[in-house]
Design a protein around this ligand. Structure first.
Ligand SMILES: Cc1cc2nc3c(=O)[nH]c(=O)nc-3n(C[C@H](O)[C@H](O)[C@H](O)COP(=O)(O)OP(=O)(O)OC[C@H]3O[C@@H](n4cnc5c(N)ncnc54)[C@H](O)[C@@H]3O)c2cc1C
Length: 458
């Protein structure tokens, strides 16, 4: 592999790219990587990590209220957005440093530049104009927020990128979108005391998740004071004389707000990347087409993570990057199983899920047993909060295999991780039944749901 400057050149220093670069280097490859913004990528810099920190911040308002039911008197409360943003920025900078040092420690050559593809073995760094050759190129450029370019007044809206750095917290916000990012940010703003409206064009938020859970999460969000507008979408955004915004909807609403945030999906970051020059095939949405081994139609070019639009989650991008590096440089070929991915929505209340939804399960098998438990979490017996926890298990009635588990309530994401292992091992309902409960927990419901609440027979 000595004819090239590198054995591997990685474009994009996010979740997938950094993992691939480090693993390839530990297998002995000479690796270069380019990042145009900040090492760590979307997840660390303006995604999962700062988002979760904001979720924590936003939950304190309810915690203070709940404490009173347990005998506490909580004094005067005040919240500083500036302090939160500064603390979050400090943590993100610390993490970014770790990412960069880990690359350097494995002798990956780190470039701070946008890189574009010149041909199947060549990249160009835009900061210097330098061209570099590599036996393999890995495209791990992620995705960026879709901002609905044709919308009149669209230039006035923000996306999740800007939400992390607002100069001040608005008193009113409208979040457009129904996916997990929109729902999570609606919860964050609401918890921080912002008058929050969520507007979504579909019938129900959180498309793709289990139908009952989608409705339950929306109802709980509404109880917390978030106004949810469904089946409607913006037709234009107007900036008023006092600098605030009015979002006019196709349904005839005029929603006033200090900020309007769009979270209506993310586009693969492939524009002007030179992929066409190298002949790399993309789909209609601009996502790079790859096989199970993440190889594109060009033998020397691979792609992992959000840019391939398979399952757009950090742990998936990391796995894909790892599998690529082991396969191509470590003589250990393996592929990522995208079929059973446990995931969380950090909505308020939280949602954790693994496996098939009831709707998906019905497409595969007509005979299902549905086990469901809806109850008030123990904490709220004294806090007095009117909030439900919901657990739902989808079981194949013929084989008794557990096909999916969906939870709404405190720590649902943590539970989903453990349930992910259980379902990966092929657990049956009987496996859950013979497991002794941990008491008193909410999770014990998972092993004490005896009778199906519904028996569906096709
Ligand atoms: C608000 C938000 C919240 C999220 N929350 C979660 C969550 O809770 N859990 C979860 O699993 N996932 C979450 N995600 C998704 C997660 O961030 C992505 O799935 C993950 O970051 C994808 O990794 P990646 O390596 O494909 O791309 P990225 O992490 O996006 O990295 C791509 C990198 O490439 C760089 N780049 C792009 N083009 C070039 C170029 N031409 N040259 C050089 N560099 C370039 C970009 O600057 C970026 O740093 C969230 C995303 C967002 C936006």
């Amino acid at each position: 592999m000595t004819d090239y400057d590198y054995d591997l050149f990685v474009i994009g220093g996010g979740s997938g790219g950094v993992r691939a670069a480090r693993i390839a280097a530990t297998h002995g490859a000479r690796v270069g990587i380019a990042e145009e913004y900040r090492y760590g990528g979307t997840c660390v810099i303006r995604g999962c990590v700062p988002k979760k920190l904001f979720v924590y911040a936003s939950k304190f308002s309810e915690e203070f209220e709940d404490a009173e039911g347990f005998g506490w008197t909580v004094g005067e409360r005040a919240f500083s957005w500036d302090k939160l943003v500064a603390a979050k920025d400090q943590e993100i900078t610390r993490l970014e440093g770790i990412y960069r040092r880990n690359l350097e420690r494995t002798d990956v050559e780190v470039h701070d530049s946008r890189a574009v593809i010149e041909d199947a073995h060549t990249v160009r760094l835009l900061s210097t104009g330098q061209t570099l050759s590599a036996k393999f190129i890995l495209v791990a450029v992620g995705a960026s927020p879709n901002v609905d370019e044709g919308l009149p007044g669209g230039e006035h809206v923000i996306t999740s990128n800007e939400a992390f750095h607002l100069a001040e917290l608005p008193s009113k916000i409208v979040v457009a979108g129904g996916g997990y990012i929109a729902v999570e940010f609606a919860g964050i703003f609401n918890g921080l005391g912002v008058d929050t409206t969520l507007i979504y064009r579909g019938e129900e938020i959180l498309r793709g998740f289990d139908g009952e859970l989608r409705t339950a999460v929306r109802q709980e969000m509404e109880k917390k004071g978030i106004k949810v507008v469904l089946n409607d979408t913006f037709s234009r955004i107007e900036k008023t004389a006092d600098g605030t915004l009015t979002g006019h909807t196709k349904g005839g609403l005029a929603l006033d707000a200090g900020q309007i945030m769009f979270a209506i999906g993310r586009n693969p970051h492939t524009r002007d990347l030179g992929l066409e020059k190298a002949g790399v095939e993309m789909d209609a949405a601009g996502a790079i087409k790859v096989g199970a081994d993440s190889r594109t139609n060009v033998a020397s070019i691979y792609a992992v993570g959000d840019v391939t639009n398979r399952a757009n989650l950090t742990p998936v991008a990391i796995r894909e990057g790892h599998a690529f590096a082991d396969t191509v440089f470590g003589n250990k070929p393996w592929t990522v199983d995208h079929s059973l991915i446990a995931t969380a929505v950090f909505s308020q209340p939280e949602m954790g899920t693994v496996g098939l939804t009831q709707e998906e399960a019905l497409q595969r098998t007509p005979n299902l047993d549905i086990y469901k438990s809806s109850f008030r979490p123990m904490k709220h017996t004294l806090s007095g909060r009117d909030e439900k926890m919901l657990m739902k298990m989808i079981v194949d009635a013929d084989t008794q295999k557990v096909l999916g588990v969906h939870i709404m309530g405190p720590d649902a994401g943590e539970l989903a991780q453990i349930l992910g292992i259980t379902l990966q091992m092929g657990a049956t309902k009987a496996d859950f039944d013979r497991t002794i409960a941990v008491h008193p927990t909410a999770a014990e419901e998972l092993v004490t749901m005896r009778e199906p609440t519904e028996r569906l027979r096709g």
